[in-house]
Write a protein that binds this ligand. Structure first.
Ligand SMILES: C[S@@+](CC[C@H](N)C(=O)[O-])C[C@H]1O[C@@H](n2cnc3c(N)ncnc32)[C@H](O)[C@@H]1O
Length: 262
């Protein structure tokens, strides 16, 4: 299994909508700030999803650069293709980040944003990043640690059951804690680590929490981990908490800048 979660048409569209939110746009800005893509560079975007970052990278490297964007999911690649139309730097390909068709040492930089945690053989994917980076190349990796999720509920035990069940949507819910070790095993040095938090004190359309909650509901119910009635009651509680001025949800994403040996 190359990913813990298949991103079908519906999941891809939902992720596209959630990732348009200002909360996730701020995460992308942090990634771009850490990567500092420059005109003419060759960059690989691993697990490019709907292609928001791919597009930003293509605009930064310009027509003289190259952004290789790779994803397992056909529906995600279709969204990325539409988003990157007219950008000559972008090359989109279906592929697995544990084994992809780029030569050794062929890119200046790699990014893997909210994608490595889905890969069961994550050590192999980190090894692939190390393989394709040129000497003194850099990579930016960002993933959520799902133990950092704080979601207030009047029935907190119900929230905790739902969040515990949701952990199974990724292969590695605690990946950030292990990432520097995985990187050093692949001869990549960690040169910077940062927390990139998301905090929502309201449950309104356009917030990350409002967008991701139905995704969580469908995953935990579809996987048979939580009864639909319980998950629906949790989902409905968001609006009630919001109306009472009591909604509170937060999580941490962790950003790593890695470097290959010079
Ligand atoms: C949550 S989305 C993140 C998308 C994008 N990086 C972003 O931040 O907008 C995770 C993506 O990783 C992709 N993915 C998961 N496992 C993969 C693998 N083994 N190889 C390539 N892509 C993978 C999924 O198909 C999905 O599009």
């Amino acid at each position: 299994m190359a990913s813990s979660m298949p991103f079908d048409e519906q999941a891809a569209r939902r992720i596209e909508a959630v990732y348009a939110s200002p909360d996730v746009a701020a995460t992308r800005a942090a990634v771009l700030g850490a990567l500092e893509p420059r005109p003419g560079e060759r960059i690989v975007d691993l697990g490019c999803g709907p292609g928001y970052l791919t597009r930003d990278l293509a605009l930064a490297v310009g027509p003289g650069g190259r952004v290789h964007a790779l994803d397992l999911s056909g529906p995600m690649l279709a969204l990325a293709r539409r988003r990157c139309r007219g950008l000559p730097a972008v090359g989109l390909a279906a592929g697995d980040m544990t084994a992809f068709a780029l030569p050794d040492g062929s890119v200046d930089a790699a990014v893997a944003v909210q994608s490595l945690a889905y890969v069961p053989d994550v050590a192999r994917a980190v090894g692939e990043i190390a393989r394709v980076l040129r000497p003194d190349g850099r990579a930016v990796v960002l993933d959520t640690d799902f133990a950092s999720v704080v979601w207030h509920g009047r029935d907190q035990a119900r929230v905790d059951r739902i969040l515990a069940a949701y952990d199974a949507h990724v292969a590695h819910p605690g990946l950030p804690r292990r990432l520097s070790r995985l990187a050093s095993d692949a001869c990549l040095a960690t040169v910077r680590r940062e927390v990139v938090p998301i905090l929502n004190a309201s449950f309104r359309p356009g917030t990350f929490a409002h967008g991701i909650a139905p995704f969580i509901r469908d995953f935990v119910v579809g996987a048979g981990r939580v009864p639909a009635k319980e998950a629906d009651a949790w989902l409905a509680e968001g609006a009630a908490l919001d109306a009472a001025g009591e909604f509170f949800a937060s999580l941490n994403r962790y950003l790593f800048v890695l470097r290959s040996p010079g």
